[in-house]
Design a protein around this ligand. Structure first.
Ligand code: APR
Length: 253
């Protein structure tokens, strides 16, 4: 099947789907100017994750960790969602059931208008008290205090994100597996598909019989398991897919 036929088949499949689940990674925000983690200019090429994104690193040097997150907030805060985010926000109302699961902590899906975003790895605009576990939202750029402290009890605040070596929130994970193993189609957009447990979601969807559609300029370990895998940028391909899909849905009316 050539790329055009594959594209048409994907539109056919989507146009009759009732439950569509999407998993996104850093790649969907790349065209907004936010560095990915493992790409050529990726964050983990420049910075040592073990010094900045682990509970041990935070205990050893909370100021260093917060300086890094303050820097990242400064970058992300200046960026806008791109057409890839916009299409997924619009799809929330296009399918009978639609779920958006993201590994991203940048909040760009919500800025694009997505209402029901499942954040697997937390959110960089949220902070958590290490004593009371209370969570608050803070969009100050730069942060007024580094490291910041809990306004209620004065204890240290930490970024409300999942660090390496930490478990994901159990209810978030359970819901994500449920939405993956009960969908007709799973779109996997902009992830290297190497970080667990997120990388297992598409495999559980495939096992349950869902069609897997991958969008990534580069192949990943998921490519061999995908029914369709497009070597493309999501901010370019998703608007095309959306336009073609809407034409097909109109024809059916
Ligand atoms: N459109 C689609 N995909 C893209 C684009 C684009 N414009 N640009 C890059 N990509 C792809 C890359 O080819 C790569 O496969 O996005 C992927 C990004 O992979 P990673 O940088 O590994 O990011 P991600 O998969 O989201 O990382 C998972 O690892 O570091 C942790 O917690 C962090 O959530 C993150 C997790």
């Amino acid at each position: 099947m050539d790329a055009h036929q594959e594209f048409k088949s994907v539109c056919d499949i989507l146009s009759v789907s009732r439950q569509v689940t999407v998993l996104t990674g850093a790649g969907i925000s790349a065209e907004s100017g936010i560095p990915t983690f493992r790409g050529k200019e990726g964050l983990w090429k420049k910075y040592r994750a073990e010094e900045l994104a682990t509970p041990t690193a935070f205990i050893e040097d909370p100021k260093l960790v917060w300086e890094w997150y303050d820097w990242r907030r400064g970058i992300i805060g200046a960026k806008k969602p791109n057409p890839g985010h916009d299409v997924l926000a619009a799809w929330e109302g296009l399918f009978p059931h639609f779920a958006l699961i993201t590994q991203n902590i940048d909040g760009l899906h919500q800025n694009a208008g997505s209402k029901n975003v499942i954040e697997l790895h937390g959110n960089i605009w949220k902070q958590r008290c290490i004593e009371e576990q209370t969570i608050n939202e803070n969009h100050d750029i730069p942060l007024r205090e580094i490291p910041p402290h809990c306004p209620l009890c004065g204890a240290l605040l930490r970024p409300h994100v999942v660090w390496f070596g930490e478990s994901l929130d159990g209810s978030v994970l359970q819901r994500s597996f449920l939405l993956s193993s009960n969908c007709d189609v799973m779109l996997v957009v902009g992830t290297s598909a190497v970080v667990q447990p997120a990388a297992s979601l598409p495999l559980s969807a495939a096992e349950a019989g869902a069609k897997i559609i991958e969008i990534n300029p580069d192949p990943t370990p998921l490519t061999a398991h995908a029914d369709f895998s497009f070597r493309a940028k999501s901010g370019e391909l998703l608007p095309f897919l959306d336009a073609e899909l809407r034409k097909q849905l109109q024809k059916r009316e």
